[in-house]
Each structure stands twice: as C-alpha cells, then as structure tokens.
Design a protein around this ligand. Structure first.
Ligand code: AMP
Length: 241
C-alpha cells in the first residue's frame, strides 16, 4: 500500500457497511492513514469500554453483546450522541432532550463511523444530528471470506492468531512461543460466521435501502482488502477532494 496522504476539501461523513470478515477494520485503518483529516468512532469499542468500566450502560449491554445480539437503538443513540458531543462534532442537546433537527452539526468534520448505524432506526436518528454523506457497501464473495477463515490457526491458551498465507507459524501447526499445537475449529468458526452473516444480511437490508434512497450508497467489490482499498481511495478523492 502507498503511504501517500491526501487532503479532503469537503467534509466526508463516511460509514462502512459489510459482512463480518469483509475487512471493515482494515479499510478504516488504511483510510485514517491515507486521509489524516478523518477520525474514527467505533461503536463496538465504545461499548467494550463501558463494559470494562462497569457503567450502567455497560452492564446492560454486556449480556446482549455476549449473545451476539444488538444493543437497543435508544441505548446506542445515547452512547453515540454523547461521544459526538464530547468530540465537539455536534452541539449537545439539553440533558434528557432527544436529538433534534436543531442540534447543530459541525459541517467541517470528516469521519468514519465503524459499526454504527447498524439499523435503519439508528440511521434515521443519525440523519437528524449529523447526516452521513457517503455509505460504502463492501462486497466480497462469501466463499472467499470462508477460505480466509480456514487459513486461520489459533493458539487457544494465548489467543495468538496465525494465517497460513501471510502470517504462518515458524513450524507448521505449532505456536511460535510455546511450541504447543495450534487448533483450527473449522466447522465451528465457519458455522458461527454463517450465523453472523445471516444476522448481518437481515439487519443490513433496511440500512442499505435507507442510504440508497438518500442517494449516498456506493458499492465496492473485491476478493481482498488490497483489491478494495484503491477503489475506495479513488472514490473518496473524486467526491471530497
Ligand atoms: P462490533 O465490534 O462492531 O462487532 O460490535 C460488537 C457488539 O457490540 C455487537 O455484536 C453488538 O452486540 C454491539 N453493537 C455494536 N454496535 C452496535 C450498534 N450500532 N447497534 C447495536 N449493537 C451494536
């Protein structure tokens, strides 16, 4: 990947939508490096931070997250709008007051939201406080994602992860540090992934429709993150530079 950085002339308010394993995290990292004006907020990270600090919100969210279920929209909106206010990206509404069209967004900020909005209800509420102007739908064929998962080997006691293509263990099937055997719960991980994919497809349909109706949905396809990144760079430069 090139290390060139680019300046944005217009505010880019971006979300990435894609199946689990499609590489949203990788693209986010690369976009932050390519466009230094971008900042990122990850709803999953914010939730995990609340869980760690045992806040009332964290306690409520923990069980839902462990079961792989979505945290209620109202809770998510509260969490995200607090974060946007803290960052100074929106003028905070009065305590207890719902975000309203009078909430003043900063038109200058450019950002990527990772993991939020996940539902059309969240998207509609976000529109009222800080509207997204570029929704990127990342597409990789499921068979390609599955083949990536099967190349993943794990040292279960430490959580160290290897990949036979680009991060192989020094000795096949053995952990680099302890020499203990690596495991690959192939059926399990593929089954889990398929379940997450089904959930994603169900919940993302209305989200994709929402941004399609607003005219800001853009699809990008590729078999790997390396294939997808240059296409996203070019489109962001075309729209915002
Ligand atoms: P992530 O790190 O984005 O995969 O999020 C981890 C978990 O946090 C998800 O499985 C959900 O339980 C919860 N979560 C994150 N973002 C949202 C959201 N926008 N709406 C509802 N739940 C969310």
């Amino acid at each position: 990947m090139t290390s060139t950085t680019k300046r944005l002339k217009k505010a880019a308010r971006i979300i990435l939508i894609g199946a689990p394993g499609v590489g949203k995290g990788t693209q986010t990292e690369r976009l932050l490096a390519r466009f230094p004006q971008l900042a990122a907020i990850s709803s999953g990270d914010l939730l995990r931070d609340n869980v760690r600090r045992k806040t009332p919100l964290g306690i409520q969210a923990e069980t839902l997250m462990q079961a792989g279920n979505l945290v209620p929209d109202a809770v998510m909106l509260d969490l995200i709008s607090t974060e946007l206010s803290t960052k100074g990206w929106i003028t905070p509404s009065q305590p207890g007051e719902a975000a309203s069209p009078s909430t003043k967004p900063s038109t200058a900020v450019s950002f990527i939201l990772d993991g939020f909005p996940r539902t059309a209800t969240q998207a509609t509420s976000l529109d009222q406080i800080l509207p997204i102007n570029f929704a990127v739908h990342l597409l990789t064929p499921p068979a390609v994602i599955i083949s990536r998962i099967t190349k993943r080997w794990i040292h279960a006691p430490s959580g160290r992860v290897y990949n036979t293509d680009f991060n192989p263990p020094k000795v096949f099937g053995k952990d680099d540090i302890t020499g203990e055997p690596l495991t690959q719960r192939e059926d399990d991980s593929i089954q889990t992934w398929k379940e997450r994919l089904n959930k994603f497809e169900e919940s993302s349909r209305t989200l994709l429709d929402h941004y399609n109706n607003k005219g800001c949905l853009w699809r990008v396809e590729g078999n790997s993150s390396d294939e997808i990144s240059p296409k996203i760079y070019a489109e962001i430069e075309r729209r915002f530079s």
